[in-house]
Design a protein around this ligand. Structure first.
Ligand SMILES: [Zn+2]
Length: 279
């Protein structure tokens, strides 16, 4: 009995709840978690680059959870509270690898005039979904994998399509057979769905407080705007619609309108996906 009590005492510090995901990695495409002090009263309101920022209560303290765009230059960044002096945090440099892709459908790399008109309209709609802010007290940030597959392209790659430079990879690609179900990684609400020139069939899930996830190239969409989804609920299936080289899910995670690395929401995303190497 005495030994058990002693053991419990030793193990106690190890069983305290770990900090909530996401992990903090203050780099372009990463997330800065900034301690705002003891969690008393109302949650503080802060903005970063004109976007409202998520504030979570974690282990009795308020924490700002700030998405850092891939385009941000390393150095000091400013967080503006509704009251009081600005807060600063430092963004470190991160070197992302380069990737060269060959797209057979040349129009998907060099769209014509008519395509460009369509792309501009779609961009407005995509931006509106990604900028969405919904006031919620708590946000489910413990994600599950949206699809069983293998990691075919990581986040942040500097990409060349048919040898032409394009924007860096703003999500991760999970390769899986066409028709593989895609599940909501966390509870949320469907803000929009569409069929886009580059992204193909797409679903946007709003998890609250500026956390929005995006699912592209789907073969089918099983949800409709306004619908509430639970963690693990099927929202559609893997496909190869839009600009693709094969069936995969492009999964994007946006925080305060910054595209961030989905791996930051997992203990070991690469490990989870590498178990599926044979898929
Ligand atoms: Zn992708």
């Amino acid at each position: 009995m005495k030994f058990a009590a002693l053991l419990a005492l030793i193990l106690l510090p190890l069983t305290l709840p770990a900090a909530l995901p996401p992990h903090s990695e203050a780099v372009p495409g990463g997330i800065a978690i900034i301690d705002l002090g003891p969690a008393r009263g109302e949650a503080p309101v802060l903005h970063y680059r004109k976007q409202r920022v998520m504030v979570q209560q974690d282990q009795g303290r308020w924490k700002a959870v700030v998405g850092i765009p891939l385009s941000v230059q390393p150095g000091a960044q400013r967080l503006t509270p509704a009251k009081g002096a600005p807060l600063t945090f430092t963004v470190q440099a991160k070197d992302y690898a380069t990737q060269h892709l060959t797209i057979k459908n040349k129009r998907k790399v060099n769209p014509n005039q008519q395509d460009m008109t369509r792309i501009r309209v779609e961009r407005g709609r995509i931006n509106a979904a990604l900028e969405h802010w919904r006031e919620t007290r708590e946000v489910e940030t413990r994600f599950i994998l949206p699809v069983e597959g293998r990691l075919s392209s990581p986040f942040g790659l500097r990409r060349y399509f048919n040898e032409q430079p394009r924007k860096p990879h703003s999500g991760i690609d999970i390769a899986a057979a066409e028709g593989t179900p895609i599940r909501a990684p966390a509870a949320g609400r469907v803000i929009d769905t569409g069929d886009y020139f580059f992204n193909g069939n797409t679903v946007f899930l709003d998890h609250g407080q500026g956390l929005v996830t995006m699912y592209c190239h789907m073969s089918r969409i099983d949800v409709a705007p306004g619908q509430t989804v639970k963690q693990g609920e099927v929202i559609g299936a893997v496909g190869q619609t839009g600009r693709v080289t094969g069936p995969h899910l492009h999964w994007g995670v946006s925080l305060n309108d910054a595209r961030v690395d989905p791996a930051l929401f997992f203990e070991d995303l690469e490990g989870l996906l590498s178990r599926n190497e044979k898929l």
